[in-house]
Write a protein that binds this ligand. Structure first.
Ligand SMILES: [Zn+2]
Length: 182
């Protein structure tokens, strides 16, 4: 059993930028396995290493029956098209809010063997890749919500039965979405 507990909103590890992977070794293979099995167990579309308390730039995804992983991802956007729709997070369980994202993404990174890979995603896959890469930068989708929706989200988190911590400060997006990804 390699399903691991998922860190919840309020855990500082979710607000910490992760380090690039340097060693493509057995530990990395175990991490990808843990991420994959934990993600599948919880029915998530993706899971990033910080959500398991590991500060490395790795995430897994499961979108449209495509299960995979990406190490040290770099995001690129082929166009300006956006999408808006409900988004959730395994670290903020049970809550979904409309979140604006780019519609198309081209992510470059590595597989667990250290081979360069390119992931072209649209729609849900693009949303997932943006969400998970944000996790590696200590950014949560709450930061991407418009002000009104974010206020509502914080209210619902405070009332959530899983939430038992001191309310951490939400980073009001330091940049616009465009600024952050541009
Ligand atoms: Zn998440």
């Amino acid at each position: 059993m390699t399903v691991q507990p998922i860190r919840l909103f309020g855990d500082p590890v979710l607000r910490t930028a992760a380090d690039p992977v340097v060693d493509f070794d057995k530990e990395l293979r175990r991490l990808v396995k843990d991420l994959t099995e934990t993600m599948l167990e919880h029915g998530g579309a993706g899971l990033a290493a910080p959500q398991l308390g590991v500060g490395l730039r790795v995430f897994t995804f499961d979108v449209d029956d495509v299960v995979g992983h990406l190490v040290n991802p770099e995001l690129g956007f082929p166009d300006e098209e956006e999408q808006d729709g409900p988004e959730g997070c395994l670290s903020i369980p049970g809550l979904y809010f409309d979140c604006k994202r780019r519609m198309n993404v081209v992510a470059r990174g590595f597989n667990l063997h250290g081979d360069p890979v390119r992931l072209v995603g649209t729609g849900m896959m693009a949303r997932c890749v943006q969400h998970e890469t944000d996790h590696l930068d200590g950014v949560l989708f709450l930061d991407r919500l418009d002000k009104q929706t974010r206020k509502q989200a914080m209210k619902e988190i405070r009332q959530a039965d899983w939430y038992d911590g001191v309310m951490p400060t939400i980073k009001a997006s330091p940049h616009s979405v465009r600024g952050l990804i541009g």
